[in-house]
Design a protein around this ligand. Structure first.
Ligand code: MRU
Length: 333
């Protein structure tokens, strides 16, 4: 992804990579104010970085897990213990489990840890490029789009899922406009999606979460979001607030697409009711940068995701093409 550096130059940077014996990643908690790179040489610290959302977004959580397993492999740690520890970092994003198992199998088969983790990461980016090609064709000149949370390069190592079709359409010279909903409480839409759209010079505006119905009533041509886990029947978990948008989109007849690699599909989970929804700390709701903004004594609830039933999905944009919910099983072929 493009990133403006402090000296004004533009660098090409990934959300996570391996360099000089360390896993290096963008600290996504510091954007958009600062581009901070942090590094780790212990798999436990990478797992903690997943938990505290230094690194985040389903496919990037997957790549982070792959690099955590890489560190475990390099240090001859107990791989079963490492895999268990890494998988406990967050419960919802399926890529975390998929990537940890993928790396476990590679390491057990004697693969070089760095080569294997780099391979996983590169495959993730290649899939995003393919998602961009398929999804880019849906975007026409003059369209108004909406997205939620951050499903861009930061969330996927590079390129993005929901943002990949937008990047592709922009590269193809199409003109369009994007509403990025702020995404309370951690503001991934305002701080990360808007940062990425800015770096790419894609025309956009940040909107309050609660204004999505208002803007849809004024005219939105298509909504594209990412996903953290997609069940076998097409129900999917994504950032809290996605379900609201899907309901309103249906009300106005607006096509609602979910962009995700096949690694986000959990074919062992039959429906959305079996997806575990992460409950995060109350302080993410009640505090801003460590300052309490809610009354002392009020409880807060902070579910990180919701589940949108398959009936609200127009199509899943994957690296294998675009599938209706009823066509998902074809993906396994
Ligand atoms: O809690 P987060 O920031 O990890 O949640 C991220 C999302 O919900 C994204 O929309 C999803 O992971 C898709 S990322 C390409």
């Amino acid at each position: 992804m493009k990133a403006k550096m402090k000296d004004g130059s533009k660098a090409d940077i990934k959300a996570i990579w391996f360099e000089n014996g360390k896993v290096r990643m963008i600290d996504q908690r510091e954007l958009p104010l600062e581009l901070v790179i942090v590094d780790f040489d212990d798999y436990r610290d990478v797992a903690e970085a997943i938990r505290n959302m230094t690194t985040r977004g389903a496919p990037c959580i997957g790549a982070s897990a792959a690099y955590a397993m890489c560190l475990a492999g390099l240090k001859d740690e107990d791989l079963d213990e490492a895999a268990k520890f890494i998988k406990a970092a967050r419960p919802t994003a399926y890529d975390l489990f998929y990537a940890t198992d993928w790396m476990y199998a590679k390491l057990k088969a004697g693969a070089d840890p760095i080569e294997a983790a780099d391979e996983y990461s590169n495959i993730t980016v290649d899939k995003c490029r393919a998602i961009g090609k398929f999804g880019g064709e849906l975007i026409k000149d003059g369209m108004t789009l909406m997205t939620h949370c951050n499903a861009g390069a930061l969330a996927t190592v590079d390129v993005g899922t929901a943002l990949a079709p937008m990047r592709q359409a922009h590269d193809d010279g199409k003109e369009f406009f994007v509403y990025a909903s702020e995404t309370r409480p951690r503001l991934q839409g305002m701080q990360l999606t808007a940062w990425e759209l800015n770096q790419e010079d894609i025309d956009h505006a940040i909107i309050p979460d609660g204004s999505a119905a208002y803007y849809m009533s004024k005219g939105v041509d298509m909504i594209i979001v990412g996903a953290d886990r997609i069940a076998a029947n097409g129900d999917f978990a994504n950032k809290i607030g996605t379900f609201d948008k899907a309901i309103v989109a249906k009300h106005f007849g607006i096509p609602f697409y979910v962009a995700a690699p096949v690694s986000t599909f959990d074919f062992n989970t039959g429906s959305g009711k079996d997806i575990v929804i992460e409950q995060r700390s109350e302080t993410e709701m009640t505090e801003v940068k460590g300052i309490r903004i809610a009354p002392i004594g009020s409880k807060a609830m902070n579910p990180a995701f919701d589940v949108t039933p398959a009936e609200f999905v127009t199509g899943f944009i994957t690296e294998k093409g675009i599938f209706k919910p009823s066509e998902i099983s074809r993906m396994k072929e």
